[in-house]
Design a protein around this ligand. Structure first.
Ligand SMILES: [Zn+2]
Length: 214
């Protein structure tokens, strides 16, 4: 006989009270609730409040467990903000690591969806997620991919320029950071003057930034 704490298998549920786990159907349903007398920070002003307005159940999709999808039915509180100067009268508490505002997936699953989207894009990503028991359309995978913030753009030390044919006499130009091999920008046409203007503009921006630092 082996008894394992649920929070060991699902550490993101450690901050809530798990009421039941129903594994009798094709989906594992975990019912849980947040603790009643723990203050939560207002999403508007950040001031903690424990003054409960009401409760409602959020349905969160989580990463699959034992080859079956997991649904978390989490009872959360809507609280009054006790700061009279705050624009929010009420707010809904968030559980770090488990809930994100307006998000119906846990951060664990959301990270998986984004990683699959980066690696396989829409159609391939949706197929891979289906294998992982996550039912999302290719459009949803793409929309999640487009929501990921881009890393800050670094000035490339070595610039690669590639002109290519889109169709017939329509051309495109791709600029690539030759060090990281990541694309920088793409524009229609293969005009040398356009490239020269871009490079001069980049040099002027760099010179301005250098003057600011000095
Ligand atoms: Zn507030």
């Amino acid at each position: 006989m082996c008894s394992v704490e649920l929070s060991y298998l699902l550490p993101h549920l450690a901050g809530v009270l798990v009421l039941s786990v129903d594994g009798s159907g094709p989906v594992v349903v975990v019912r849980a609730r947040t603790r009643s007398f723990t203050p939560a920070s207002c999403t508007g002003c950040g001031r903690p409040s424990g003054w409960c307005h009401s409760r409602y159940v959020r349905r969160l999709t989580d990463a699959s467990l034992g080859g079956r999808p997991v649904l978390i039915e989490l009872s959360v509180r809507r609280l009054y903000c006790e700061n009279a100067a705050c624009a929010k009268l009420t707010f809904v508490e968030q559980v770090p690591g488990l809930t994100v505002r307006y998000q119906r997936r846990t951060p664990l699953l959301q990270h998986m969806v984004e990683a699959v989207g980066v690696l396989l894009a829409g159609r391939g990503g949706a197929r891979m997620l289906k294998v992982l028991h996550v039912g999302l359309s290719r459009c949803t995978v793409l929309s999640q991919l487009m929501r990921i913030p881009l890393p800050p753009l670094q000035t490339p030390r070595v610039l690669g320029v590639d002109a290519f044919v889109l169709y017939r006499d329509t051309y495109g130009t791709l600029l690539v950071d030759a060090t990281t091999r990541l694309p920088l920008t793409l524009w229609e046409g293969r005009d040398a003057e356009q490239l020269a203007r871009s490079l001069i503009g980049g040099r002027q921006s760099a010179a301005k930034a250098f003057d600011t630092v000095r």
